[in-house]
Design a protein around this ligand. Structure first.
Ligand code: ADP
Ligand code: MG
Length: 727
């Protein structure tokens, strides 16, 4: 084994699980570092508290005087918990989170000092915005953007900093972050879903979208990860021969969690409890060293913030435990990649889940209304949903092994398929009393209160109904949930708006009763959206063919998928729902393309470096050993060496061939890259996708072959079996 690998492995094997003290019950720790309702009640005056609660629940403005009060209380509370700094915490379009810490400390006249934090500092800040991506919204010389407090997501203390969740917008009003459009989408879905809820409950006042994400990740020892330039720079392995044992024995999933990983998880859970992230489950995933963590679901804005925060915390905690956490969607070839299932639903003010069947026919009609409208929305905007999860890294996962294909379809299970089939046959127009009774008793009455039938689950569907929520499974592990959640909630809002208009029209113009009108429209929707429903195996070629027949989209790569985000249909949707303007959409499109291009550019460079600087030189050293050996054999055995050293001679030739191929392919790839770099925007992304990227697999093939030939003692790159099975 090479000295580099040996040292890394030695280090890894010597590591013991870090002991994590659990000094308090989880329930006691929960939310201790969050300026939540409980803390606010303690620290705020009654009027300030009410003002903040109104802002959270009704979206009202908080005036400056109250903001000053809140700021002072927040400061006192956070200093009492050890904070020394504060920051506006936001999510720029890089997909990560950003923060700039300022101390509470301020000096007065150069000698006196005091802790200061007022309403102005709470409400608005002006970070130097020029270095965040803005897609041309701001010229750099006019780099003015500001962050503004989002009271719907509570402030929290991380380490010694008070973090205030904020939106990030340009002075001209355009959103420069992921949160602003999300909040607007949640507002839209609230408005239109509440209007629909009023059919069933006159007092309906509010609808929240809920999100429960499931975060998959890999944990790799950091000494091993450090020995791999590809993991370090791209988050995934660009080469590496498959390990003889991978996941074929299925012995990792739900197995006992290795000790070091377990202690990492305990530590992580404690940190998350303090931050109010309600983590609930942890388990091994299918691939070796792959795990999953999931919280109890929350209101979508909070859940999105919590997922971003979780990823930050995981990075920090993993360092303590000498792990590198990999969020990449496909860090290893040949075994499962990582996703982030987004479980989504809608709930009303009293927290009734609108996608959960109820006890009464009326409740079930409400359930069916939201259920069918969701299917219809996905049917109308499947391409946009596909675009919402497009990224360079997710391209490596979608449609491979365990992940849903890039074709969006909806799975609902046999029970509900039956119900929809029955509803399709409801008479058009007015219903006879008999028919109404039949509907109530036999169709909507037949929907069982609990639909959580595990045998009925289809793991291959991109968008599946799982009893009381939809699960969007195609979301990538490292993506920010804000984008898919913005798009999903926007299309639902639009669909519900149209539904209301259509139902009202039937009531007014055709003189139908409310439930007759609803049945009529639902029937039409069920018919119209049939092609999006698919109950079969989503992984096989058969589905691809079938999907094509149904004229469903199948955008296999990001540049192709992203175009839809700026299509006429998308622009008019987002403008109508007041979620994003054309300028904002185009800016995001530009940023997404640029990010795609840069990621592939980096991968291409790293791969070329590793091939040229690690693989080829190592192969040459080994080849020289073989040559030396052959020469020596010739010296002793004369012409007989041709027989005796036959294997060596063949190996020398094979190695030469692979080296030649690697060199030639690397040069070709570099040339294509140069061409791609002359373009920008879509064109550049397309050239990277279609001309540069295909070389990755080809170069890798030859490198991986060499890995199987070259003396293990010489091979410098930590191997798959070591990365995946060392604990
Ligand atoms: P699985 O079999 O997919 O692991 P579970 O039923 O245990 O499924 O739930 C998975 C996730 O769904 C959890 O993260 C949970 O928080 C989330 N979830 C449950 N109910 C809802 C809901 N009403 N809205 C959003 N997410 C939900
Ligand atoms: Mg799941």
């Amino acid at each position: 084994m090479s000295t580099i690998r040996f040292a890394a492995l030695q280090e890894t094997l010597n590591r013991k699980a870090l002991k994590v003290e659990e000094n308090e019950k989880r329930s006691v720790l929960f939310g201790k570092n969050v300026f939540n309702k409980h803390a606010m009640q303690q620290y705020l005056t009654r009027s300030a508290y009410e003002s903040v609660m109104n802002a959270i629940e009704k979206g009202t403005k908080i005036d400056r005087k109250i903001a000053d009060q809140v700021a002072v209380s927040m400061k006192d509370w956070s200093i009492s918990r050890g904070a020394t700094h504060y920051t506006h915490w936001f999510q720029p379009l890089t997909g990560a989170t950003a923060e700039k810490h300022d101390a509470f400390f301020e000096s007065i006249n150069g000698s006196l000092a005091m802790e200061k934090f007022d309403g102005e500092q709470l409400v608005q800040q002006e970070p130097d915005a020029s270095s965040f991506p803005n897609g041309g919204i701001r010229n750099t010389f006019e780099a003015r953007g500001y962050t503004a407090w989002d009271p719907t997501s509570p402030a929290f203390i991380y380490e010694t900093t008070l973090c205030i969740p904020t939106i990030f917008v340009a002075y001209t009003g355009e959103a420069l972050d992921n949160k602003t459009p999300l909040l607007r989408a949640l507002q839209a879905v609230d408005t239109h879903a509440t209007a629909v809820c009023k059919y069933f409950d006159k007092n309906a006042s509010k609808v929240n979208a809920t999100l429960g994400w499931e975060q998959e990740y890999f944990l790799i020892d950091d000494a091993l990860a450090l020995s791999r330039p590809d993991i370090l720079l791209t988050g995934r392995t660009l080469l590496g021969h498959l390990s003889a044992k991978g996941q074929q024995l299925d012995d990792h999933y739900f197995g006992s969690i290795p000790a070091r990983a377990m202690s990492f998880m305990q530590d992580l859970e404690q940190e998350c409890m303090l931050l109010g992230i309600p983590l609930k489950t942890r388990h091994n995933e299918v691939a070796p060293n792959q795990f999953e963590v999931a919280p109890i679901f929350e209101e979508a804005n909070l859940a999105v913030d919590h997922n971003s925060l979780l990823m930050d915390v995981m990075e920090k905690v993993s360092r303590r435990h000498k792990f590198k956490v990999l969020f990449h969607e496909k860090p290893f070839a040949g075994i499962n990649g990582s996703g982030k299932h987004n479980n989504w639903s809608l709930s009303n003010a009293d927290e009734t889940n609108l996608l959960s069947p109820g006890k009464t026919p009326m409740k079930n009609l409400q359930f069916l209304t939201f259920f069918v409208n969701t299917i219809k929305a996905v049917h109308e905007y499947e391409e946009l949903l596909r675009a919402s999860i497009a990224s360079a890294s997710n391209d490596y996962r979608l449609g491979v092994n365990e992940a849903p294909p890039p074709i969006i379809s909806v799975f609902i299970g046999s029970q509900l398929s039956g119900v929809l089939d029955d509803l399709e046959n409801v008479t058009k127009g007015k219903l006879s009393p008999e028919e109404k009774t039949d509907l109530k008793l036999n169709i909507i009455g037949k929907i069982p209160e609990i639909l959580l039938d595990n045998t009925d689950r289809n793991r291959t569907s991109a968008f599946a109904f799982t009893g009381n929520k939809f699960e969007f499974r195609a979301v990538g592990a490292q993506s920010n949930c804000a984008t898919p959640m913005t798009i999903l909630n926007t299309i639902i809002a639009k669909q519900l708006k149209d539904f209301k208009i259509e139902v009202d029209a039937l009531i007014e113009n055709k003189n139908l009763k409310k439930d007759e009108a609803i049945f009529n429209i639902l029937r039409e929707y069920i018919k119209a959206s049939k092609k999006i429903r698919f109950e079969g195996d989503g992984y096989g070629d058969a589905w691809e063919k079938e999907a094509k027949k149904r004229s469903l989209s199948n955008h296999k790569n990001t540049p192709e998928a992203l175009k839809v985000k700026v299509s006429k249909k998308a622009v008019s949707l987002f403008e109508e729902m007041e979620v994003m303007s054309k300028v904002e959409l185009e800016a995001r499109y530009e940023i997404d393309l640029e990010e795609y291009t840069k990621r592939l550019q980096i991968e291409s460079r790293v791969l070329a470096d590793i091939a040229k600087n690690h693989v080829v030189p190592t192969a040459i050293i080994y080849q020289n050993t073989l040559l030396e050996n052959t020469k020596n054999l010739k010296e002793i055995f004369g012409d007989d060496h041709k027989v005796i050293a036959k294997e060596q001679i063949e190996l020398i030739m094979t190695i030469s061939n692979h080296i030649t191929e690697i060199n030639a392919l690397t040069i070709k790839m570099t040339n294509e890259r140069r061409k791609a770099n002359k373009f920008n925007g879509l064109k550049s992304a397309e050239v990277y996708c279609n001309k540069v990227k295909p070389f990755f697999e080809q170069i890798r093939y030859h490198c991986d072959k060499l890995e199987t030939m070259v003396d293990d003692n010489l091979w410098p790159l930590t191997k798959y079996r070591e990365l995946l099975f060392t604990r």
